[in-house]
Design a binder for this molecule. Structure first.
Ligand SMILES: Cc1cc2nc3c(=O)[nH]c(=O)nc-3n(C[C@H](O)[C@H](O)[C@H](O)COP(=O)(O)O)c2cc1C
Length: 182
């Protein structure tokens, strides 16, 4: 069972948001957490396109998410919202798949004009799945170095903010687990 599931919603092969999510996964592993990274690109296309709710891929993803102690969900901004393929996957998951689960939303976008996409699009979607939304982080393309696997976030301020959010997420997950065990 994984402690944390990271769900990456970009269809791009060389994805900035995926790079950021993988970086967060590495930081979580340094904290001795077991991380499972799911990319939308790994979900068979016909499952998403034909809405195959009962496929093995959807059952496996559902089980991974339901058994996780915390979930990080990332998406690029596409037309002022999350990506369509991420929504296509989420449409196939159970209504309460994130019940009682701390969720850290991450978005990357080309423009600061769509900073609020995380508030108006991604967070309401995650709340609808009964996730406990944390504040989350919106990163601009100019703050990400696509060539660096190890340190993709090149803006100091956003790096600090992202790390702070990540460690708050870890604390929330740990507190939640302590409460469950009581
Ligand atoms: C189809 C498409 C639509 C986009 N729409 C927006 C948008 O509305 N607002 C914005 O700020 N950036 C937009 N972008 C830029 C992406 O959000 C940005 O480059 C993001 O970091 C890409 O993430 P990725 O590399 O993980 O796919 C768009 C990019 C694409 C390909």
């Amino acid at each position: 069972m994984s402690d944390i599931v990271v769900l990456s919603g970009s269809p791009s092969e060389r994805s900035r948001s995926d790079l950021v999510l993988r970086h967060l996964g590495t930081l979580l592993e340094k904290e001795k957490l077991k991380v499972t990274h799911i990319s939308i690109r790994d979900v068979p296309q016909e499952v998403l396109f034909y809405g195959k709710y009962d496929s093995q891929a959807i059952q496996e993803i559902t089980s991974l998410i339901q058994n996780a102690k915390g979930v990080i969900i990332g998406s690029p901004v596409y037309k002022a919202a999350y990506s369509g393929v991420l929504k296509a996957l989420i449409d196939l998951l159970p209504q309460d798949v994130l019940q009682d689960t701390p969720v850290l939303p991450i978005m990357t976008g080309g423009s600061p004009a769509h900073l609020l996409a995380i508030e108006y699009t991604l967070k309401p979607l995650l709340a609808n799945l009964k996730g406990q939304n944390l504040k989350g982080v919106y990163l601009l393309d100019s703050q990400i170095n696509k060539e660096s696997l190890e340190n993709p976030i090149i803006d100091f301020e956003i790096l600090e903010r992202t790390r702070k959010q990540l460690y708050y997420f870890i604390q929330t997950v740990q507190k939640q687990q302590t409460a469950v065990l009581r």
